[in-house]
Design a protein. Structure first.
Length: 132
């Protein structure tokens, strides 16, 4: 089996490949449902020069998430809000990870700086009260 990198998946997941009928079939909905979702702001497919919709793997995944939420009894406005909150959560998690990484790097820089400044001292040179 061929190994697929994250960058490879990200590139292919956003490439608009599918016409509306294929996207609807992949998501298990009627093509008109896709148009409704687009009007409600739940989906934003790419367009060809002639104006035809083209859906990516990411769009199909979004459609499947919308279906999960509507099947759970959430109306389309609720779905829009859930999707918005999920996107905010992902962005916050990414920001938190970036800040953690920066903090760890700053700590490591500080530790390296301390190691340079420390000078070994033999126990005989310490005052008696510090020798234990």
């Amino acid at each position: 089996m061929r190994s697929v990198t994250r960058d490879h998946f990200a590139t292919h997941s956003t490439r608009a490949l599918y016409v509306i009928s294929v996207a609807a079939e992949l998501a298990g909905v009627h093509p008109q449902t896709l148009r409704i979702y687009e009007r409600k702001g739940l989906l934003d497919p790419a367009r060809t020069g002639g104006g035809s919709r083209r859906y990516s793997d990411a769009d199909i995944a979004q459609l499947q998430r919308i279906q999960q939420l509507t099947n759970a009894g959430i109306n389309l406005e609720g779905v829009r809000r859930v999707l918005e909150l999920e996107a905010e959560l992902v962005a916050s998690q990414e920001e938190l990870e970036r800040v953690r990484k920066e903090a760890l790097e700053a700590i490591e820089r500080t530790h390296r700086h301390y190691r340079r400044d420390l000078v070994p001292v033999s126990a005989e040179r310490l005052p008696a009260r510090w020798r234990g």
